[in-house]
Design a protein around this ligand. Structure first.
Ligand code: GUN
Length: 284
């Protein structure tokens, strides 16, 4: 089988077009633009690229971005002060702190400080707990994008065996929760999983979020599986996924490319979270 490509760029473009309309409707109704504050601490090269893409997407869609580029040595208390100010700023609907943070800054304390209503990334414990309990909440962007990508194939998720490789708070765990909410039978695999291949060969839906270049080889993929590659591994000046694309696309029915799959959807879901949060704050 030669897999069909799940085009994250095209899906992103259509959702961003909708968001542009929604952002315009917000501005016409409330007399100001939807606002997103983006805080970056230090100069992690990958974070520089991600943050640039997020700010560019805001501009495209008509969301006003408030950008904070803080030096590596910024004290935690100063980051907290900025978050407190943004929490109280009525022009700011969403706040995100790009991860990872420099050593010495307590990520948990920082994320806990963002008002859950303004938590554009869905990383606050209130939102993470809401996801677990099935309450209305802001969903983390990459996992939410993964679900949209799978749904775009027309393949139904309910009743399928879904295997997520990776158990991070940002991707693996919330992706598993969202797949569960769609009635998949979900297995989370990780670095200590015994006989990983036995699990992946049972996966109708396989989500790879391990952060290791081409970790998932063709022999690990079930015939006809939907494969979602979350990997962004830079090597010899190129971007590689967590999946060996040429091999896996011989087995899968649908597969996301890297780049052009999950990446653009992460940014798009961030914009969607921010626009929705803006309307919610106004009682919509
Ligand atoms: N670092 C890697 N992915 C993400 C993300 O989705 N949001 C934030 N804030 N930081 C990240």
């Amino acid at each position: 089988m030669s897999a069909k490509i799940i085009d994250g760029k095209a899906l992103s473009a259509s959702i961003r077009e909708q968001m542009k309309g929604e952002a315009e409707r917000f501005e016409n109704t409330y007399g100001r633009k939807v606002g997103l504050a983006v805080i970056k601490v230090g100069a992690n090269p990958a974070s520089e690229v991600y943050v640039r893409n997020k700010i560019k997407a805001c501009e495209e869609v008509g969301v006003k971005s408030f950008s904070y580029n803080l030096p590596e040595e910024t004290a935690e208390a100063d980051i907290i002060d900025i978050i407190d100010t943004l929490n109280g700023d009525e022009n700011v609907d969403g706040i995100l702190v790009q991860l990872p943070l420099p050593k010495g800054v307590n990520e948990k304390r920082i994320l806990a400080r963002i008002l859950p209503e303004k938590d554009a990334d869905g990383f606050h414990a209130v939102n993470a707990g809401g996801l677990m309990l099935g309450l209305p909440c802001t969903k983390p962007c990459t996992p939410a994008g993964i679900i949209e990508l799978i749904k775009s194939t027309g393949v139904s998720i309910a009743g399928k065996n879904a295997v997520v490789i990776g158990r991070s708070n940002i991707v693996g765990k919330p992706a598993a929760m969202l797949l569960l909410a769609e009635n998949a039978t979900v297995t989370i695999c990780h670095s200590r999983t015994a006989d990983l291949k036995a699990h992946t060969l049972n996966a109708d839906i396989l989500v790879a979020a391990v952060g290791i270049k081409e970790f998932v080889t063709g022999d690990m993929v079930k015939d006809g599986a939907v494969v979602v590659d979350v990997g962004m591994n830079r090597a010899d000046g190129k971007l590689y996924g967590d999946v060996n694309y040429p091999e896996a696309s011989e087995k899968a029915s649908y597969i996301t490319p890297v780049p052009g799959g999950v990446g653009p959807m992460t940014v798009t879901m961030l914009i969607k979270n921010t626009v929705e949060s803006a309307f919610r704050c106004k009682g919509n």
